[in-house]
Design a protein around this ligand. Structure first.
Ligand code: BG6
Length: 512
């Protein structure tokens, strides 16, 4: 892979938003896992930057608490102690130029203290999206993009932009002081083992590729469901909604991997060239398509397993007339030779019955069916790629029911990652942070892919904003979204798969 040598060089990781939720929940545990795996460079410093007025000691204690909860053995405690010594903190107002002078000084000090030969720096923007333009600009103004004494990289969380126009503007601003190979746009779905396994499943097995096209595939279904609501992220989420939060990035990247042509090699550009072609081949949705092929919903009050669940509009920080969608479903096509005419159905939502992300490849039925017809599409073969939880793969096919006659029953052939008992599935952030440290951007979103995804989504954003005749359907929390989403799939006998938490408990009526 490009620019990759497997162990990271000495470097300082600067985390903006260091006392925030993402840093605590994802970044620090991922960095600590890398520490445990001895994958961090010997000279490696983490500088947290935030608004809170706290000392290095307070910052260490803050992280100590959350790591201690997750890692409790005596051996872990010793490692945590060593890990915390890498942590430092700087209070800063990220909108003020002076802060960056102070930042520069602190970084020079830390470099000297750790006797780092090079001044290699990564800046991680774990901040509200409104700062994605400001921080890189002010970093550059303080010459913190200058690579004469060591490389400089910047990691930007999603969403990159709020719509196509703002994504273009953000990129224009970044381009003024950062080169594309310095910018790492994180989409943590790409860091998931099971998402990468889509490439391995498709391209390391000879049996799938001949079938992986319009001649044999009837339709493709992608579900990403969550069984919780907006939580404490109202400020961000109410401005975003399911379409911007999940579809424009994570799920379209997944579509890219499912639908791409085989890359020429595993080189970062070779892979990203192929996924971007898929995104650029998405058939643009017309105003009419937005009316007929998209569904938006918002969860309403309900009782789940005896517990009362609030409506989205009654959640803390959400306005009582919010029009933000917590559920989105889309039908679309990819206009290329491989996929011409094959519908793709995609849905995502908060407060659905279970947490699950999976891709279902529905194969076409046999041309002439010899046996007694089964109800629904059960005669169709399905390949289910389970991204999470109970990560694995399931192939469904018809088999003779033992006994008289030729009755067919559906059976499953399944593989669960759990069966590889000695293998731990690393968290996406672990992989992605390590990749950024070694300069490998394969699993980061390239700007052309980000633009292509916004371009596809833009008519939906516009239609949902401007066309009052497109309803925002209510759905009771804990259900599979608005009933009307069933009508997206027009053909008789075909419907959404209703997955359970367990990959094989998938009989459309698993206990919820
Ligand atoms: C984040 C979204 O990017 O992805 C969240 O902002 C969502 O709203 C999360 O919950 C889902 O990630 P995962 O890894 O739990 O599927």
């Amino acid at each position: 892979m490009s620019n990759q040598n497997n162990s990271p060089e000495d470097q300082i990781l600067v985390i903006f938003g260091a006392t925030g939720d993402l840093t605590r929940r994802k970044l620090m545990p991922a960095l600590f896992e890398l520490e445990m795996l001895k994958m961090l460079p010997e000279k490696f410093v983490i500088l947290g930057v935030g608004r809170s007025s706290i000392s290095d000691i307070d910052f260490r204690e803050h992280n100590n608490k959350s790591l201690k909860d997750a890692y409790s053995s005596a051996k872990d405690q010793k490692l945590i102690k060593g890990f915390l010594e890498r942590l430092f903190y700087l209070q800063a107002d990220t909108k003020s130029e002076e802060s960056y002078i102070a930042l520069r000084k602190k970084l020079q000090l830390l470099r000297k203290k750790s006797s780092m030969q090079n001044f290699n720096l990564i800046f991680y923007l774990s901040t509200p999206p409104s700062l994605y333009e400001v921080i890189p600009r002010l970093l550059a103004k303080a010459s913190l993009n200058d690579e004469s004494e060591g490389w400089k990289r910047i990691i930007i969380e999603k969403p990159f932009g709020y719509d196509l126009k703002s994504a273009v503007e953000l990129n224009e601003s970044l381009k003024k002081s950062w080169k594309e190979n310095q910018v790492f746009r994180i989409d943590h779905y790409l860091g998931k083992e099971t998402v990468q396994n889509v490439l391995v499943t498709r391209f390391s097995n000879g049996i799938f590729e001949p079938l992986w096209n319009r001649n044999f595939i009837h339709h493709v279904e992608i579900t990403s469901a969550e069984n919780f609501g907006v939580g404490n992220r109202a400020g961000y989420y109410d401005q975003s909604g399911a379409l911007r939060d999940m579809v424009q990035n994570h799920l379209l990247q997944l579509v890219g991997l499912i639908a791409m042509e085989p890359p020429a090699s595993m080189d970062s550009d070779a892979i990203r060239n192929e996924t971007v072609k898929v995104l650029q081949s998405l058939r643009p949705l017309s105003e009419k398509d937005v009316v007929t092929n998209t569904i938006r919903g918002q969860y309403t009050e309900s009782t789940i397993k005896g517990h009362k669940v609030k409506a989205y509009r009654s959640e803390k920080g959400i306005s009582s007339d919010s029009q933000t969608e917590t559920y989105a479903a889309l039908k679309f096509y990819i206009d290329n030779w491989r996929w011409g005419g094959v519908p793709f159905y995609l849905r995502t939502g908060k407060h659905l019955p279970t947490r699950v992300t999976e891709v279902v490849i529905h194969f076409k039925p046999t041309p002439h069916y010899l046996f007694a017809k089964q109800e629904g599409c059960k005669s169709c073969n399905q390949l289910i790629i389970r991204i999470q939880p109970d990560e694995g793969i399931l192939l469904k096919f018809g088999m003779k029911t033992p006994g008289a006659g030729f009755n067919v029953q559906n059976v499953s052939m399944d593989f669960h990652y759990n069966d590889l008992s000695d293998v731990r599935i690393p968290d996406a952030y672990e992989r992605l942070l390590l990749d950024a440290m070694i300069g490998d951007s394969t699993l980061y979103a390239r700007i052309d892919a980000v633009f292509a995804a916004w371009e596809f989504i833009q008519p939906v954003l516009d239609g949902w904003k401007n066309n009052a005749s497109i309803p925002l359907h209510g759905y009771p929390a804990g259900t599979w979204g608005p009933d009307i989403a069933d009508e997206l799939i027009e053909e008789a006998d075909i419907g959404w798969r209703y997955p359970c938490a367990a990959l094989t408990g998938d009989d459309n009526f698993c206990a919820l």
